[in-house]
Write a protein that binds this ligand. Sequence first.
Ligand code: TRH
Length: 356
Amino acid sequence: MLWDIFCKVIDNHGDIGVCWRLAAELARRGERARLWVDAPAALAWMAPQGQAGVEVRAWTAGSTAEVVPGDVVVEAFGCEPGEAFAAAIARRTRERGRQPAWINLEYLSAEPWVERCHGLPSPVMAGPAKGLVKRFFYPGFTPRTGGLIRERDFDARQAAFDRTAWLRARGLPDAGERLVSLFCYEPPALPRLLAQLAAGDAPTRLLVTAGRAQAAVQAALADSSGPAAGLEGRLAISYLPLLTQTDYDHLLWACDLNFVRGEDSLVRALWAGRPFVWQIYPQHDDAHHAKLRAFLDWLRAPASLRAFHEGWNGIAPGLPAAEPATWAAVAQDARQRLRAQPELVEQLGRTALESQ
Ligand SMILES: Cc1cn([C@H]2C[C@H](O)[C@@H](COP(=O)(O)OP(=O)(O)O[C@H]3O[C@@H](C)[C@H](O)[C@@H](O)[C@H]3O)O2)c(=O)[nH]c1=O
């Protein structure tokens, strides 16, 4: 089938990250995908290798004119493909006597309403495609949701991963230090985390991802009145370049504790099966508090992990001690439960076939 996937980059890297991952995996499974994206720049570092079967198209005003829609249209995170493309969908429907599958791929949440909304039809009420039907597709953590993307070659890749060789190739020391990866926004508790790592008895190296995480760490270290003042030099820190998506997985597999954020890196941390801490994407109305609680409930997070998340996400003051040894079993249990459920690409494919 030919898939048209529409992606509007709001901010950060999650929108394009999820859409690329989906398009690339569809193509590896024999599908063809056109990825329409308004700001494709991040793909240059995220996926420089490209993927046979995926055509990246700049999504600008007028760029979809004259295009015949494919068999499946995916609007990621509610971005609408626009009037011209909607008219083309309606035209194709008239010509072929059935509409293409039209799917709204939503954001990830563990909240209970997701199970109720997953798969619901959404009739188009106005515009050139009036009368056609879209379908809501919700990723999620339970069997009654759309699941999470996991590539078919994931296990083979993880089994073949050579940590020592990877660290060496990246120019990172492999000196028996505890490795902690950091991908975050600007968590208020970051200076406390740095102080905690510096005070711990196990030698620890912090592997800081490029961009906002790096800027936040440098700001915390430079703040002469904060808890991380004077720690420069006492903390082993490596600042990483922007990694490809594939290499970001390697980072998660190499570390003993992973700090992740947003949506896609959380999923990757879950598949990695290592202890992790999540900084949820903050929303103005604090809607993310309930979202975080729902996730921690699903995760069966013990009190120490809940308290740490509350501190890390600025919901409670302070930051309790990290307990990765306690959290390892939680991460492994979560991965096992998820692996017993159908993953997202398979389910999306089924929904696409059923909705045409
Ligand atoms: C640090 C790093 C990340 N990545 C990838 C992994 C992911 O695909 C992507 C990061 O996406 P996320 O983990 O989702 O975090 P994010 O904060 O960048 O994206 C967020 O964007 C907001 C607009 C959404 O509302 C959020 O839900 C979330 O998706 O970047 C690399 O490829 N290389 C890197 O070096």
